[in-house]
Design a protein around this ligand. Sequence first.
Ligand SMILES: Nc1ncnc2c1ncn2[C@@H]1O[C@H](COP(=O)(O)OP(=O)(O)OP(=O)(O)O)[C@@H](O)[C@H]1O
Ligand SMILES: [Mg+2]
Length: 254
Amino acid sequence: MTHPALLQTHDLVMRFGGLCATDHASLSVTAGEVHALIGPNGAGKTTLIHQLSGALAPTSGRIVFDGMDVTTQPMPRRALAGLVRSYQITSVFPKLSVLDNLALAVLAHTASPWRFWSPARRDADRYAQAADVAVRVGLGAALHTPAGVLSHGEQRALEVGLALALRPKLLLLDEPLAGMGPEEGERMVALLQDLRGEATLLLVEHDMDAVFRLADRISVLVSGRLVATGTPDDIRRDPVVQQAYLGDEAGAIP
Ligand SMILES: Nc1ncnc2c1ncn2[C@@H]1O[C@H](COP(=O)(O)OP(=O)(O)OP(=O)(O)O)[C@@H](O)[C@H]1O
Ligand SMILES: [Mg+2]
C-alpha cells in the first residue's frame, strides 16, 4: 500500500534575480518518515525550507500540506496546521528560563481552546506541558536555567522543544547538528531518533553520518534541482549523487 504524502511540493521555483535557487523542485514527504534533504553548499536547501515554512513566497509552484494548499498561507497559519520549522536561536528568550520559554510556545499554540478554563487551571496545564517537553528534549534538569546560559547543544535542544510545543505534524530542521561537538551531536541524533513516530521530520544536514543513520529516505538537491530521492542505500549507490558530491563531500557519504 502506498501512503499519501504529508507534504508535496509541485515545481517549486524561487528566483533571486537571475539565480534559480530552487528549480522546479517537486518533493514528496510521507507521513511518519524521517526525510533528509542533502546537497552541496548553495544547493538551495535552506531556500526550500524557507518556502515550506512560509518565510519566503515561491516565485511559482505549489505546496500542499496535509491535503491543503498552503502556498500563500502565512507562517503562523502553517504552524497551526502542523507545519513547523525549528528555529535557530532567534525564537529563544535568553533571560527567560527553559520552562518559561517552553510555556510561551505552548501558549502560542493552544491559547484559544483555553478561553473557557480558569486562569489558574490554564497556567498549571501549560506549565505541565512545558515541563513534559523539557524532559522530552533532555532539559529536565535545567527547567529553571535561563536559556541564555545553556550550552550550545542545550540551546539547540531547546529550539527543538519550542517547535515540539507546537505539536508539529511535520518538523522542518535546518542543520540541527551545526556547530556541535561529537557528544552534543550524538545527543541531538538520539533526540531526533526519539521523535520518530511523534512527528514526521524533514531534515537538512551536512553531517552525512547522521543523515545515513537517521533517514528513511533522502532527497538530493543540486543547483536547485532535486536529482534523486531514495533510501539511504539507493542514494549511496546513485551515480548522479556521487557525481554531484565529487570534490565536495563524496568521501563523507558513509
Ligand atoms: N535572499 C537571497 N537573495 C539572493 N540570493 C539568495 C538569497 N538566499 C539565498 N540565495 C542564494 O541562493 C542559493 C541557495 O542558497 P541556500 O542558502 O538555499 O543554499 P543551501 O543549500 O542552504 O546552502 P548551505 O548548505 O551552505 O546552507 C545560493 O546561491 C545563495 O547565495
Ligand atoms: Mg543552508
